[in-house]
Design a protein around this ligand. Structure first.
Ligand code: GTP
Ligand code: MG
Length: 197
């Protein structure tokens, strides 16, 4: 993928703050600290377009990024981090749900899961919720570089079983080795009907 430009557009918590609807949009969702921001940086070949952090819960706003003036990528705040103040946590669900259910240019959501862990209720709920609203999902297992080859396969099998999905529905990824980057791009281009970005 040739990335001519990748730029931060704006941060938002509510629809009035979203940028005008125009370009096709793909959002990235997942547990806090799972590697959402790192995955976006890997896709666009930028080390620091999206702030990453070893402290979970850093991304607390909906962040919009313009890619080649052709596609918008949206980094959603992570869910499931207990140490975030209760008042902030309470707003997250509605904030994400409002975005997902109202954004007409949204073409799909990349759901990022840790390859070392089994998906839990939050991931399952998100997958069912997206299906209910007929929003396409791309399932990605990240941080595969932290596991041996055989362990990755074992985890993949267990995760497929937990989610009741097929092998071809899940992409193995690593922001460190860039494994799976092209597969994620292919899935995004298919959903957005773009030949390239
Ligand atoms: P929040 O915004 O806080 O919800 O986190 P996030 O999901 O955006 O995660 P982020 O991309 O900030 O990554 C969290 C930590 O995991 C950072 O220390 C990253 O360097 C690390 N990380 C992310 N992806 C990978 C990966 O594929 N492999 C390895 N080894 N580390 C990763
Ligand atoms: Mg983040």
């Amino acid at each position: 993928m040739i990335i001519k430009s990748a730029e931060f557009v704006t941060s938002a918590t509510k629809p009035a703050q979203y940028p005008p609807e125009g370009l096709a949009e793909i959002a990235f969702a997942g547990r806090s600290n799972v590697g959402k921001s790192s995955l976006i940086n890997t896709l666009v070949h930028r080390k620091h377009l999206v702030k990453t952090s070893s402290t979970p819960g850093r991304t607390q706003l909906i962040n919009f990024f313009d890619i080649n003036s052709n596609l918008t990528l949206v980094d959603l705040p992570g869910f499931g981090y207990a140490k975030v103040p209760a008042a902030v946590r309470k707003k997250w669900g509605p904030m994400i749900e409002t975005y997902l259910s109202t954004r007409t240019t949204l073409k799909g959501v990349v759901i990022i899961m840790d390859s070392r862990r089994l998906p839990r209720e939050e991931e399952q709920n998100l997958i069912h919720w997206l299906a209910h609203f007929s929003i396409a999902a791309i399932l990605v297992l990240t941080k595969t570089d932290k596991l041996s080859k055989t362990k990755v396969l074992k985890q993949q099998t267990a995760i497929l079983q937990t989610l009741a999905v097929e092998k071809e529905d899940v992409i193995l990824f690593s922001a460190k080795t860039r494994r799976g980057k092209d597969a994620v791009w292919d899935a995004i281009l298919t959903l957005t009907d773009l030949k390239a970005v």
